[in-house]
Design a protein around this ligand. Structure first.
Ligand code: DQA
Length: 146
């Protein structure tokens, strides 16, 4: 079965508590449970990872990235400046979809730029939890399942 990594970066462990008017009132655990249910229907296997530390995210991508079908990543604020995470994604050659809960184009100027986007298949922004489900649906149609 094709495995998809679902990776969340800094401060996303606080979903539900963190600025709920921007990021919603559901927790990361609830998001992951929802995605697990969808993945079961789609015949995809998921592996979840969250870290607040750039190097840990990079190590995880190195460890798992060569052997997976794809990755859904919300790099949090690293989106806007982490060339190291961008390089990790291109180093492992993993099909990646970038997701942001909020519409990063409708917020502070510094959020409008993603240094991660150019190494991704595409980016989904502004749809809250639906963005992750959309990315999963994309992988469901664009991966060979065995
Ligand atoms: C975010 C947007 C980022 O600008 C912010 O730093 C986050 C969350 C989002 O999902 O909307 O931590 O990635």
């Amino acid at each position: 079965m094709a495995k998809i990594l679902v990776v969340n970066g800094p401060n996303l462990n606080l979903l539900g508590k963190r600025e709920p008017e921007i990021y919603g009132s559901k927790t990361l655990e609830e998001l992951n449970q929802h995605l697990s249910n969808l993945a079961a229907e789609l015949g995809l296997e998921l592996e979840f990872y969250q870290s607040n530390i750039e190097g840990e995210l990079i190590n995880f991508i190195h460890d798992k990235g060569f052997d997976c079908g794809g990755m859904i990543i919300n790099p949090g604020a690293y989106t806007h400046y982490s060339y190291a995470i961008r390089d990790a994604i291109s180093s492992v050659g993993l099909k990646t979809v970038e997701v942001h809960l909020s519409n990063i184009h409708d917020r502070e100027e510094f959020r409008t730029k993603s240094v991660i986007a150019p190494v991704c298949e595409g980016s989904i922004v502004g749809f809250g939890f639906y963005g992750y489900a959309m990315a999963l649906s994309y992988f469901s149609d664009n991966l060979k399942k065995d």
